[in-house]
Design a binder for this molecule. Sequence first.
Ligand SMILES: CC(C)C(=O)C(=O)O
Length: 448
Amino acid sequence: MKFNPVEVINPKLYKDIFPYAEIPKIKFNNIQLPMDVSENIWITDTTFRDGQQSMTNMNSEQMVRLYEYLHLLDNGSGIIKQTEFFLYSQKDRNAVEACMDKGYEFPQITSWIRANKEDFKLVKEMGIKETGILMSCSDYHIFNKLNKTRQEAMKMYLDIAYGALENGIVPRCHFEDITRADFYGFVVPLAKNLMDLMNESKINVKIRACDTLGLGVSHAGVELPRSVPAIIHGLKYYAGVPSSSIEWHGHNDYYGAVTNSTATWLYGGASVNTTLFGIGERVGNTPLEAMIIEYAQIKGNIKNINLEVIKEIEEYFEKELRYDIPPKTPFVGKEFNVTKAGIHADGLLKDEEIYNSFDTGKVLGKPPLVAINSYSGISSIAYWINSYFSLKSKEKIQKSDERLITVKNKIDEEYEKGRTSNISTEEMEAMCNMYVLNNKYAYNNKAI
Ligand SMILES: CC(C)C(=O)C(=O)O
């Protein structure tokens, strides 16, 4: 071991930042670091590991179907580069084998294992080229969970990495709880030792910076250990880790999962780890779909990612996995572009661009809608029908159409009875099918 950690008698727990009895603090130092976006940036997926742990377990068929969906969404772009699987149970291994049999280039299949010789054998036998291994970095973990000194923990982690390399496997070293870790006293020496192993073995070694409790902060001028720019910049410049080996794994406890992942890209890490719809431990991980939108904004395009597939994945989650996506979730919730305020609805009717920031109909297959309630007039109802059923030119329902009066009367009756809530999408769909469209454009064929 060439680079030793700074040994401490007592764990360094940053109590000035994390007093436990109070909300954590952000300390500012006003140091501005240079942005440094890599030419090539990408997304990895942990829906089957961190994601799946937070919901009802998926069976092998469901995992394989979702893997196919990820492949269809990626659509050969290579932006959704990898996805990782547990290998613990026969079910997981069956899923991995079936996914590998598909022979897709993207997402590449990687694993997550306990750090023991048997598991390395398994990875190798299954023909998997990369595996994740836990390397907890903060003294909360080293002292209080592992009951080790920093030196002992570092030695153990390097042995594990060495074991992977001996088997010809790329170790992806999960630096758990990096946002509460002593960066220069432990993280940098560990990363430097790992880079030595990479250079000696000529096998790639990756570092995944895990913001285990979602404490990372993306603003400029923040002190370590919470600063995402300082962590990413520091891994690159103080530990010599190449961009392509730096990845961020975020949790959304402080609503920072997306901005922290974006900061990783901006300050020189190539990869951000995500889950579909942000499912994951506690409040969840970084949502994959959000990072596609971030990618589009940073790079100006999404190569040939097929965003319309997201709609199918949403349906699959809701119908097959019984997971309800909260309706107000950006880009994927049923109401993400539904305008409710009367004055906004009025603007939308005049010109869609006034209250929709991009053509969600064209890009995501989800045109903006207006909510229907006691204030909705005939023109809102006409707009709702035309958008929801994607009616074009001649098919469009005009506000002079008499059939709309029946719908309007039905809605008014509801509010006369004392209703206060909006008319739901399902109710509108059923009413329109019955009184206006005669089921011609029905999506779900629901009766009222
Ligand atoms: C268990 C570790 C690797 C993790 O997923 C996290 O830190 O969130």
